[in-house]
Design a protein around this ligand. Structure first.
Ligand code: AHG
Ligand code: MN
Ligand code: MN
Length: 333
């Protein structure tokens, strides 16, 4: 594969976009810089700066905030906020979006992020990540309005994630294709390692937190029973893999196929994962890789959000496996 860096790749992509002003490329470069800073911190976590453990605070989600959550959040807000290309940043860690005044003609984009996904895995050395989603500001004038912050998933300009694992990878799409880059820590450059990623039509892995089974609907229980049944013709029983970091469970699904599910249940009627910076960006990626993503009965990218931190049930992965789950859920609904 040609040794091309993320910066070179972005410039080539930009040349394909009519009238591209270079602002998007410049914004993506800022994300790239922030991701290298977090990657260095994650890989050094525990050595030097005190960034492991809890801050003793809870966030708008009511979840305990890890020091690395806060560090990642501050780093992305500082770098993206100063880029001059973004008029608002919505983060999982902040109750309200951060509105940014920019020069005349600047601030064309809305940036939404889960600065550190998989926080419960930070202290146990399991892969974690950052998920981001970029929309174009729709309203005229200098104010950022709800119509800018609450856009349908299919209005995304770009989406991506960085996974801080055995290697640091940067995966993104601007539509049509999905590209994966691996960080060469010596050079401090991301090099193209996965060109035009496509998810297999079907897989042989299902991924769900079965610890929640007691709260699941009958339909959800039947979905998991289906994947557990023996049937050679459909490669069942599927393997169960559940890492507990959405980015890692999704990345494995994108590469190997299968299905990741975080369903609604009796205690969480809308599921756990958030539309703006978890479900929508990963759904934009999976559809551009030939996969499928729904709430179990509605396509994620067709949803019109009403709140920034709203939760949605998520079924995402190989087209056939997600469709199978939807058909079973429909039968029991
Ligand atoms: P975050 O760390 O950003 O709050 O996200 C955690 C999410 C997601 O990464 C993962 O899929 C899910 O929480 C795991 O939830 P359970 O521990 O309930 O299975
Ligand atoms: Mn998350
Ligand atoms: Mn998070």
């Amino acid at each position: 594969m040609e040794r091309i860096t993320l910066v070179q790749h972005l410039r080539r992509q930009e040349m394909k976009i009519q009238g591209a002003s270079g602002e998007f490329t410049s914004l993506m470069n800022e994300i790239l810089v922030a991701s290298k800073i977090i990657s260095a911190a994650v890989n050094k976590a525990g050595i030097g700066e005190d960034i492991l453990g809890l801050t003793g605070k809870t966030n708008v989600q009511g979840e305990e905030v890890q020091k690395l959550d806060e560090y990642a959040n501050k780093t992305f807000i500082k770098i993206i906020g100063q880029s001059g290309h973004v008029c608002a940043i919505a983060s999982e860690e902040d109750p309200e979006p951060i509105l940014i005044a920019t020069q005349e003609g600047g601030g064309k984009y809305i940036f939404m992020m889960d600065p550190l996904d998989g926080s419960s895995n930070i202290d146990v050395n399991v892969s974690i990540g950052t998920i981001f989603s970029i929309y174009r500001k729709k309203s005229k004038g200098s104010m950022t309005l709800d119509e800018d912050l609450l856009q349908r998933g299919d209005q995304q300009v770009a989406a991506g994630y960085i996974i801080y694992g055995s290697s640091t990878m940067f995966v993104y799409t601007v539509g049509e294709s999905v590209f994966g880059f691996t960080l060469d820590p010596e050079l401090g450059e991301f090099f193209l390692s996965h060109d035009d990623m496509k998810i297999p039509e079907t897989g042989d892995i299902y991924s769900a937190n079965e610890g929640n089974r007691a709260h699941w609907s009958e339909g959800q229980k039947q979905v998991v029973e289906y994947f557990k049944e023996s049937d050679d013709a459909t490669r069942r029983p599927y393997k169960l893999r559940y890492i507990g970091s959405l980015v890692s469970d999704f990345h494995r699904t994108l590469l190997k196929g299968g299905i990741f599910m975080y369903p609604r249940d009796a205690t969480s009627p809308d599921g756990k994962l958030r539309f703006s910076y978890e479900a929508a960006p990963l759904s934009f990626i999976v559809e551009n890789a030939g996969g499928r993503a729904s709430t179990g009965d509605q396509r994620i990218l067709s949803l019109q959000p009403t709140q920034i931190h709203q939760r949605v049930p998520l079924y995402i992965g190989s087209k056939k496996d997600v469709k199978t789950a939807e058909d079973i859920l429909k039968k029991y609904s």
